[in-house]
Design a binder for this molecule. Structure first.
Ligand code: PTJ
Length: 250
């Protein structure tokens, strides 16, 4: 890992980058994951590198959805595993969701290394290696476990821009995504889109899970039913426009 002085003005962002590079070195993150991280960083600048009010609201709705679910699953790819392995384990414990490794650039070696990495970070069970079911997709993200994503009613898919979200929605599942890009295919097709950095979002969701456990089912349902994802997406785009206007001195 490169030596980053703590007083560097971009310390947090540079340390995040280091985690992704380390993920590649450990054989957890794909090389393409480095490009994905760069894309995310750019959008993070545009929302001011903070959790916006509408992202926090989406995080609340997402937690309500996970707490109400009968069979919730957190899908983990190479970037999520490098950035937030311990937080994902704690979110799974707080919500009762299973963890499943699901990769676009899939190799059995990488699946097993991510499973081990999550276990080192406290997970007792991680799905993804059985690979005994298929989503209606022509690439490796369609390879899933029958006891996990295939039978889930709610799936969290952090950091992905592709067609899996649509395939899951077509199967009648509710999909939550965490994606800094409000324009991505996944952001546009998810049931709930959290436009926030996965590092901030998952930590917020853990705190919210503990706070919201006291709510009754009707209160959780009201939160979920009142959610309009198109508002969340519009709000994220407007936030970015405001930021650009501010920077342009308008
Ligand atoms: O590990 P694999 O093989 O499953 O591959 C994982 C990647 C991320 C490489 C793969 O899913 C991919 O290529 O993703 P995309 O199409 O680049 O989409 C990633 C999305 O996540 C983009 O919209 C980014 O803006 C967003 N993103 C990147 N970093 C973050 C992020 N969103 C939230 N937090 C981040 N830290």
């Amino acid at each position: 890992m490169s030596e980053i002085p703590k007083d560097h003005p971009r310390y947090a962002s540079l340390m995040t980058r280091e985690k992704i590079v380390e993920g590649v070195e450990l054989g957890i993150t794909s090389q393409q994951g480095l490009v994905a991280q760069g894309r995310g960083e750019c959008f993070d600048y545009l929302i001011g590198e903070q959790t916006t009010d509408s992202a926090l609201m989406a995080e609340k709705v997402a937690v309500a959805m996970l707490l109400l679910a009968e069979h919730p699953v957190l899908s983990v790819n190479g970037n999520a595993a490098a950035l937030v392995p311990d937080s994902l384990v704690r979110l799974s414990e707080a919500t009762g969701a299973l963890l499943e490794v699901n990769l676009f650039h899939r190799t059995e070696g990488r699946v097993n290394r991510i499973i081990e990495h999550l276990k080192t970070n406290g997970a007792s069970e991680v799905l993804g290696s059985r690979a005994d079911a298929r989503l209606d997709l022509q690439h490796s993200r369609g390879i899933v476990d029958s006891e996990g994503i295939y039978n889930a009613d709610v799936v969290l898919v952090p950091l992905e821009d592709g067609d899996r979200c649509q395939a899951l929605v077509d199967m009648g599942k509710r999909v939550i995504t965490i994606d800094l890009n409000p324009l991505s295919r996944t952001s546009r097709t998810a049931t709930v889109t959290i436009v926030d950095n996965v590092i901030r979002a998952v930590e917020n969701m853990i705190s919210l899970s503990h706070e919201m456990k006291g709510l009754d089912e009707a209160e959780l349902r009201t939160l979920v039913e009142g959610h309009d994802n198109s508002h969340t997406l519009s709000d994220a785009v407007r936030q970015m426009i405001r930021k650009l206007e501010e920077l342009s001195g308008l």
